[in-house]
Write a protein that binds this ligand. Structure first.
Ligand code: XMP
Length: 509
C-alpha cells in the first residue's frame, strides 16, 4: 500500500484516485501520524501531498522528520517536496508571486519517475514558494522556464520531488509519473481489486461483529445497497435492514426494493410503510428547509422505533464513503474527528448506543459500483442515479398533497421510461421532473383546460458540485412532453430547465 500524507491540498483525493486506478491500495493520513503508525501500515511508498501553506508559516503542517529515516521511497509533491527539502537542509525560496497554470517541463534525466515520458511535456503548476537550492545527495531532473528546480531525485535514498501536480488531468503524463513511482520504484503490485476488497472486508466484518446483530438503514441507493450485500455475505441472518417507505419515492421503487433484496437475495428486511405519517407531518408546509427538517425528524422517529424492536442489536451499519470521511476530517487534524452523518440515515439512533460498522468508508463512489458488480448486484441498482433523501417532497414546489404526489410520480415514471429507452439514463447524472405551484391554460379536444405545469430537469455532472443542463435531443424532449401531456391527467404544459449549477442548483428546492 501507499500512504499519502495530507498537507491540505485540494487535489489530495485525486492523488488517491490515481493510485487506486493503478490498482494499488492507498490511504490518506494526517501529518500528525506517528512513526509507529506508519510502520504498522508497512507502506511500500509514501507520498507527501501538496498544500496551501508556506513552510515558513508558523502553523504550516509538519510531519515527523524521522519519516526520512524509514528507508521507504518518498515522493513529495509541491508543498510536500518543499517540506522534504527544507527538512533535509536545502533552501526554499519565498515567492514574490504565485505561479499558476500550464508550464512546459524540460526533462533532463529519464531514469525513475520520467521513464517513458517525452523530453518535453506539459505540467500543471500551482505554487507560491519554490526550491532555491537542493541538499547534498539530490540532483535536478527537470525544469521549466520559471522554475529551474521543477523535479529532483536522491537516488540513494529513493526520494523524489515534483514542484508541479502530476495528479491533475492538466499534467497529461502525470499518471505515468505516479505509476513509475508505484511500480519500478516502490515495487507495488496491482492487487487492489474489488474481489480482493470484498474478501478482506467480509472477514473484517466477521471479526468485528462476531455473532452479534447488525441493523442497516436501506435507502435503495447504491451505497446502502452494496453495504447491505457485503454485510449479508459476512453475517447472513444476523443482519436486519430497515427500509422506511416515506411515500415520497419514485413510482414502484419500494416494490422493486422488496423484490431485489427480500425475495431475490433473501436479506432480512423490515419494511415500514410510513407514507401517511410523512404526508401528515408535511401538510401545508411549503418552505423547502422546513420540509427537509420534518422529513429528517419523522425518519429518525420511525427508524428508531423500528430499530428498538430488533432485540440485542449491537451495531448500526452505514454506507459512508471515503469522500465523506476525507471532507469531514480537518486538513491537519486526525481522521477520527467529526464524521459526517449519513445523508439518509441522519445519525445513530441515540437511545440504542449502537456501534458503527462502515465497510465502504475507504471507497470512492465508482469503486462502490465496481464492488456492487463483484457482488452481483443488479445493474439497475448499481447505476441508479442519485436520489435525494427527502425524495419527491422537494420536487413538489409548494404544498405536498396525495393528489400532487401521484401526478408527479406518473410524470416522473414516464420521463424515466423515455430517458432509459433513448439510452440516456447512465449518461445523465440526474434526470427528473418537478411539479410547479402554477397552473396554465391549455386546450384538449375542444375543451379549455386549466392544469399543472411540470418542469423537466436533466443534468450532467461528475460530483454534483457543478452541473450542466443536458443537451437532450429536441426529438426526445418532444416525445417526453407529448407523452406526459397526453398520458398524465392534470398536466397540460411541460417546460425544460436550461440552467446550470452554479448559479442554479440541481434540485429546485
Ligand atoms: P443541489 O440541488 O444542491 O443538489 O445542487 C446536489 C445533489 O444533492 C442532492 N440533494 C440532496 N440529497 N438530501 C439528500 O440526500 C437533500 O436534502 C438533498 N438536496 C439535494 C441532489 O439530488 C443532488 O444530487
Amino acid at each position: 500500500m501507499i500512504l499519502i500524507i495530507d498537507f491540505g491540498s485540494q487535489f489530495n483525493q485525486l492523488i488517491a484516485r490515481r493510485v487506486r486506478e493503478s490498482r494499488v491500495y492507498c490511504r490518506i493520513v494526517p501529518p500528525s501520524i506517528t512513526i509507529q503508525d506508519i510502520r504498522k501500515y508497512n507502506p511500500e511508498g509514501i507520498i507527501l501531498s501538496g498544500g496551501p501553506s508556506s513552510i515558513y508559516e508558523k502553523n504550516s503542517p509538519k510531519t515527523d522528520e524521522k519519516i526520512f529515516d524509514l528507508n521507504i521511497p518518498i515522493l513529495g509533491i509541491c508543498y510536500g517536496m518543499q517540506f522534504m527539502i527544507h527538512a533535509m537542509g536545502g533552501d526554499v525560496k519565498r515567492a514574490d508571486k504565485r505561479e499558476y497554470g500550464f508550464a512546459e517541463l524540460k526533462i533532463q534525466n529519464h531514469d525513475d519517475l520520467f521513464q517513458a515520458v517525452d523530453p518535453r511535456t506539459s505540467c500543471w503548476m500551482s505554487h507560491g514558494d519554490s526550491i532555491k537550492s537542493i541538499p547534498r545527495g539530490f540532483s535536478i531532473t527537470a525544469s521549466t522556464e520559471n522554475t529551474p528546480i521543477a523535479a529532483i531525485v536522491n537516488k540513494n535514498k529513493r526520494f523524489f520531488g515534483l514542484q508541479f501536480h502530476p495528479e491533475v488531468h492538466h499534467t497529461p503524463k502525470g499518471k505515468k509519473m505516479l505509476q513509475n513511482f508505484l511500480f519500478p520504484i516502490c515495487g507495488c503490485r496491482r492487487n487492489w481489486t474489488m474481489k480482493n476488497f470484498a474478501r478482506n472486508a467480509i472477514s473484517e466484518i466477521q471479526e468485528t461483529v462476531g455473532d452479534k446483530k447488525v441493523i442497516l438503514g436501506l435507502s435503495g441507493g447504491v451505497d446502502s445497497s452494496v453495504a447491505a450485500l457485503l454485510i449479508h455475505q459476512a453475517i447472513g441472518g444476523n443482519l436486519t435492514c430497515i427500509f422506511v417507505d416515506n411515500g415520497l419515492l419514485r413510482k414502484n421503487e419500494a416494490e422493486k426494493l422488496k423484490k431485489t433484496f427480500g425475495r431475490n437475495m433473501k436479506i432480512n428486511i423490515r419494511f415500514v410503510n410510513a407514507g401517511g405519517k410523512f404526508l401528515k407531518a408535511l401538510s401545508k408546509v411549503t418552505d423547502p428547509e422546513k420540509k427537509r427538517k420534518i422529513i429528517g425528524k419523522v425518519f429518525m422517529d420511525v427508524f428508531e422505533a423500528e430499530a428498538q424492536k430488533i432485540k440485542d442489536a449491537e451495531f448500526l451499519a452505514q454506507g459512508t464513503l471515503y469522500p465523506d470521511i476525507i471532507e469531514s476530517q480537518s486538513a491537519f487534524g486526525g481522521p477520527t474527528s467529526v464524521i459526517k452523518s449519513h445523508h439518509n440515515v441522519g445519525g445513530l439512533p441515540k437511545k440504542m448506543k449502537l456501534k458503527l460498522v462502515e465497510p465502504l468508508k475507504y471507497l470512492f463512489k465508482d469503486e462502490v459500483r465496481l464492488l456492487g458488480k463483484a457482488l452481483n448486484l443488479d445493474e439497475e441498482m448499481i447505476w441508479r442515479q442519485p436520489f435525494p433523501g427527502p425524495g419527491l417532497a422537494i420536487r413538489i414546489i409548494g404544498e405536498i398533497t396525495q393528489k400532487r404526489l401521484s401526478v408527479l410520480k406518473e410524470v416522473d415514471a414516464t420521463l424515466l421510461e423515455e430517458i432509459r429507452a433513448a439510452g440516456y439514463y447512465r449518461k445523465l447524472w440526474q434526470s427528473f421532473a418537478v411539479l410547479l405551484p402554477l397552473k396554465s391554460v391549455g386546450i384538449m379536444g375542444d375543451q379549455r383546460t386549466y392544469e399543472n405545469i411540470v418542469a423537466i430537469r436533466a443534468v450532467t455532472s461528475k460530483d454534483a458540485m457543478t452541473a450542466d443542463w443536458a443537451k437532450l435531443p429536441h426529438k426526445l424532449l418532444g416525445k417526453i412532453s407529448n407523452r406526459i401531456i397526453n398520458e398524465v391527467q392534470g398536466v397540460n404544459r411541460v417546460v425544460y430547465d436550461i440552467s446550470s449549477k452554479p448559479p442554479s442548483t440541481i434540485e429546485w428546492e
